[in-house]
Design a binder for this molecule. Structure first.
Ligand code: GLA
Length: 658
């Protein structure tokens, strides 16, 4: 798809605005209800903004007090209002809505032209509504912000009740930010380049599958020297298969050749106990198809994955999320069927008539296949799950040929009650042992949203990655709210053990069947991929791959950015500094002794972000490279400074001097 151009309507906007300002100018003060603004501009961490309703669609109520008007939202939430220089006052009652059953904690903030005007402090479920009465004279832009109060965003249903802006003159309006997609990365060279993971783990005796990923003009042929006994490479595809018992680290020289030349690289095959020595890269059906997924979607995604060239950049997994199994009692007959076979092993639903055939198809492309289940009786989508059938289900996943299991939490708490670390570990420990007993390697992904600091013990139950948060959505509030809270978790991750701040929300998403282009702006998408790469997060594309546009594909196929995510040292970034102009710097060491540094602008305007070499302990660097542009930069003796668009990012690699 071609990128859209700015149309002529955009050029006439200033005249239109002038006309609107004149037509609404009035004498004396007027009041504008915040809920009368165009609420499509609200970004929030969960659900949809409620107009005179809570986020769940109920009448607004804070500790028993009802309000007729207001905005019902959910942390992390943001609404930006252009006050047109005419506002004088903001008034509201704020608090956590009574519809919340658990312990929500939020903080309401007003920010005027980048400066804090007012804060509610942390308000919890059942705290009385707090009044805010703020002077807006002289303020041009107002941000209504709700943070998660520092304890994560669960139960954070936040009401700006009876919120009004008093103004004299032009009527304040939602500030709509539109940004055209901009492509930073040059196309891959026609000469061969080997991409993707530089190290891969396999258990002795397990079936091995690894595709040497390479870009370059086709046809590209492949060779490998030093493969452990039992493994062989297909020279036409670069797919290495077989089975080896040769324990230890094998340094294999892989070569990709085309008419323009050859590229070689060392691939380390570690035959031992550990899997996922670099974070998994792949696709998952949830953020696009959700409950509407079927076999055709998955086959189409597999074909599109290969045809778009994702495999050539090291992307590997095709993962089916919820809704491949039966859901009795559902109105949709394609979810009905026998739940289990005579041996108690779980069946797929009629939408997936041949799971083994599907996994074989995915493998035939040199890719790996993933599945989803839950330790409770049902999944989060209400489908059949693995409770009391963990052994049978693990066997079934292995027989079908799956390589990855995402294991949720839903419904477990309804049947097993308890507290403390042992309680939270138990279902994962059980399934971890069942997976280990299978004659194939199945990567184990824990999805319990970070309960009981899962990052501290996920590795002990053989988890290869663990969700650290609730579900992501395609808004700045959700993505940035999750991503910038990962600081501190890096200590617990490393090869084979990854923090997972949830899947990617770029491209066409929508939790099916209706999809839409992500609500993230292009700059926000650069921030998303930059941050998730720095964090060594699993990268699971969540969009419809049959609708990949140039911009999205470009974002997902920058090999130098992906190399940061896949760096074999496996040390995720931490926050180096947070500055008062709402810019941040995150950094991580890389295996070759260089440092990957992300600079981020979290503010509502263009801002200058800067890092000094002393802040990242890089002694007189000899090279600095802009990874999105794949271009070497001039090295300054002090540090690096860059202008970033609103919510934008830069990613550099700094090679320290002697
Ligand atoms: C939970 C998970 C999601 C998805 C759904 C499926 O909400 O966090 O990623 O797997 O379940 O129902």
């Amino acid at each position: 798809m071609k990128l859209p151009r700015p149309d002529s309507a955009a050029r006439s906007v200033p005249c239109l605005i002038a006309f609107l300002i004149m037509s609404v100018a009035t004498v004396g003060a007027d009041e504008l209800r915040v809920s009368a603004l165009d609420l499509s501009g609200v970004t929030q961490g969960w659900g949809n903004p409620g107009k005179d309703r809570s986020v769940d669609g109920n009448p607004l109520k804070i500790q028993g007090r009802a309000f007729d008007h207001g905005l019902g939202t959910h942390a992390e939430s943001r609404l930006v209002v252009d006050l047109k220089g005419s506002a004088t006052r903001f008034h509201a009652w704020v608090g956590v809505d009574d519809e919340v059953t658990g312990q929500g904690a939020v903080e309401f903030r007003l920010v005027g032209d980048g400066k804090a005007l007012w804060s509610s402090g942390v308000l919890k479920t059942h705290d009385p509504a707090r009044e805010v009465d703020a002077n807006l004279t002289g303020v041009k832009r107002l941000v209504l912000q709700v943070t998660d109060g520092g304890d994560g965003m669960n139960f954070d249903h936040a009401d700006w009740a009876d919120a009004t802006i008093t103004y004299e003159g032009a009527k304040p309006a939602l500030l709509v930010v539109h940004e055209e997609p901009y492509i930073l990365t040059p196309r891959p060279s026609p000469s061969p380049r080997i991409n993707g993971a530089k190290v891969v783990g396999v258990r002795p005796g397990s079936p091995f599958l690894f595709t040497v990923a390479a870009t370059g003009r086709k046809p590209v042929t492949f060779a490998a020297e030093g493969l452990p006994e039992g493994l062989s490479l297909d020279p036409a595809t670069g797919i290495i298969t077989g089975c080896t018992a040769a324990k230890g680290e094998h340094k294999v020289k892989v070569t990709a050749t085309n008419a323009l030349g050859s590229a070689t690289r060392e691939l380390r095959i570690v035959v031992g106990d550990r899997l996922a020595l670099t974070p998994p890269l792949g696709w998952n059906s949830w953020n696009c198809f959700a409950g509407a997924v079927n076999e055709k979607n998955v086959r189409d995604a597999t074909d599109a994955f290969v045809n778009a060239g994702l495999r050539d950049h090291g992307w590997t997994y095709i993962n089916i999320d919820d809704f491949w199994m039966t859901k009795s009692g559902d109105s949709d007959p394609t979810l009905h069927g026998p739940e289990r076979d005579a041996a108690g092993k779980i069946n797929s639903n009629p939408r997936f008539p041949d799971m083994k055939g599907l996994a074989d198809y995915i493998h035939s492309k040199g890719l790996k296949a993933g599945l989803y289940s839950s330790p409770g009786p049902t999944t989060c989508g209400g489908c059949l799950a693995s409770y009391k059938h963990e052994k049978e289900d693990a066997e079934r996943f292995a027989e079908w040929g799956f390589d990855y299991l995402k294991y949720d939490w839903c419904s477990y708490g309804n049947v097993e009650h308890g507290s403390g670390r042992d309680y939270y570990k138990k279902p994962y420990d059980l399934m971890g042992r069942m997976l280990r007993a299978q004659p194939r390697d199945i990567l184990f992904s824990l999805c319990q949203y970070g309960m009981d600091n899962v990052w501290e013990w996920g590795g002990e139950v053989d988890g290869n990655c663990w969700r650290t948060t609730g579900d992501i959505t395609d808004t700045w509030g959700s993505m940035a709210g999750i991503g910038f809270k990962q600081d501190g978790h890096e200590k617990f991750a490393g090869p084979g053990r990854w923090n997972d701040p949830d899947m990617l929300v770029v491209g066409w998403v929508g939790w099916g069947p209706a999809l839409h282009p992500t609500h993230l702006t292009p700059s926000e998408q650069y921030t998303h991929i930059t941050l998730w790469s720095l964090l060594s997060s699993p990268l699971l594309i969540g969009c419809d791959l049959t609708r990949l546009d140039d911009f999205t594909l470009n974002l997902l196929t920058n090999d130098e950015v992906l190399d940061v995510n896949q760096d074999p040292l496996g040390r995720p970034a931490h926050r180096v500094v947070k500055r008062s102009n709402e810019t941040e710097v995150w950094a991580r060491p890389l295996e070759d002794g260089s440092i990957a540094v992300g600079l981020f602008n979290l503010s509502e305007d263009e801002a200058t972000a800067t890092v000094s070499w002393s802040e990242i302990e890089a002694k007189s660097p000899k090279a600095v490279r802009d990874l999105w542009r794949q271009k070497d930069l001039e090295v300054s003796p002090e540090g690096y400074t860059v202008k970033l668009p609103r919510h934008g990012a830069a990613l550099i690699k700094v090679t320290p001097g002697a």
